[in-house]
Design a protein around this ligand. Structure first.
Ligand SMILES: *Cc1c(COP(=O)(O)O)cnc(C)c1O
Length: 321
């Protein structure tokens, strides 16, 4: 087992400008908050979503932490590493059969000592009973919901903006998976700042933007959508707009256009992005700029939430980084 001894250091985070011809043309400024630089594996938003859970598990004298996720889960990789760093055991209940050959994410989990329990997709739907089975065989574990989606996750994510100079930005943009990160960001953005969320999942029947809780475009029934409801129910401000049409075919789906765009961002700005979340986020902001969504003088901060391990699902040579 690999042992992590280095500090998990938010001091590595920096803000860097992203220059793009479209931004210049529209007279807007775009900066990137590089949360991906915290640590290669306990990366980006995942550290913020986990930190209060780690504190609580340690405070309660637990021996380990258990959570749920898929075979490419950035959340589980981060959890395995963070537990390793803090002297806790870790376990994951994973959706699907155990593969004969582990992918990069599973290999990281294993290398950092995480106990991996593979269950069928059907069994995975009943998380409560999967967890009960786990707890009867494993004692002293603390539980973190899938993706870190929880009040503690929101509280941790609310600290992300403390790393950026306050008052400097008119817009904050981030990617959406479970909605935990954006919820923390909405709650901490403060008045006068607009939060933009780019949904990485395809939500059936939803293909539009949703401007805060009061507005429902014709094809959105917000009350029936779990993700939208989660964000609405855990925020009090209306300072956000969610976009649902930048999923490129669905969660973790990609196109040649997206890959070319990600290579271009890397070549022109030296910023690596991932195919699941941040590549689509960066693409969306450039596209929204092109479509005139921003006004001259707007200052946009994009949260680079990390997650670069997911790129290892691509054949070698497709990405330039
Ligand atoms: C997990 C992840 C997200 C999604 O965050 P949520 O809090 O689940 O919405 C965004 N970006 C990256 C890189 C991620 O790994």
């Amino acid at each position: 087992m690999i042992k992590i001894t280095e500090k998990i250091d938010t001091g590595n985070i920096r803000i860097q400008p992203w220059n793009h011809p479209e931004f210049e043309k529209k007279e807007i400024n775009v900066d990137i908050l590089r949360l991906d630089l915290i640590h290669p594996l306990i990366s980006g938003n995942k550290w913020f979503k986990l930190k209060y859970h780690l504190d609580e598990a340690l405070k309660q004298g637990k021996t380990g932490i258990v959570s749920f996720g898929g075979v490419w889960s950035n959340h589980l990789v981060a959890l395995a590493c963070a537990c390793n760093r803090h002297g806790l055991q870790s376990a994951a209940i994973i959706r699907g059969e155990e593969p004969a050959i582990y992918n990069a994410a599973l290999q990281h989990m294993k290398d950092y000592g995480m106990k991996l329990i593979f269950i069928s997709r059907t069994a995975y739907r009943d998380k409560k009973s999967a967890l009960e089975t786990f707890f009867t065989a494993n004692h002293g574990y603390y539980y973190v919901p899938e993706g870190g989606q929880s009040d503690k996750g929101i509280a941790g994510a609310a600290e992300i903006l403390s790393l950026a100079p306050s008052g400097n930005y008119t817009h904050i943009a981030c990617a959406i998976g479970t909605g935990t990160t954006i919820t923390g960001i909405i709650n901490s953005a403060g008045l006068g700042r607009q939060v933009i969320g780019i949904c990485s999942l395809k939500i059936p029947g939803v293909n539009a933007q949703l401007q805060n809780r009061h507005q429902q475009p014709p094809d959105i029934n917000a009350a029936n959508n779990e993700l939208i409801r989660y964000i609405h129910n855990n925020t009090t401000d209306d300072n956000y707009t969610l976009f649902f049409d930048y999923h490129f075919g669905g969660y973790a789906k990609k196109s040649a256009e997206l890959i070319a765009f990600m290579n271009d961002v890397y070549q022109s700005a030296g910023i690596p992005t991932d195919i699941v979340y941040t590549g689509k986020l960066f693409y969306a902001i450039a596209d929204l700029a092109k479509k005139g969504h921003f006004h001259p003088g707007n200052r946009i901060l994009i949260i680079h939430s990390g997650g670069l391990t997911g790129n290892k699902s691509l054949p070698a040579g497709i990405l330039d980084f």
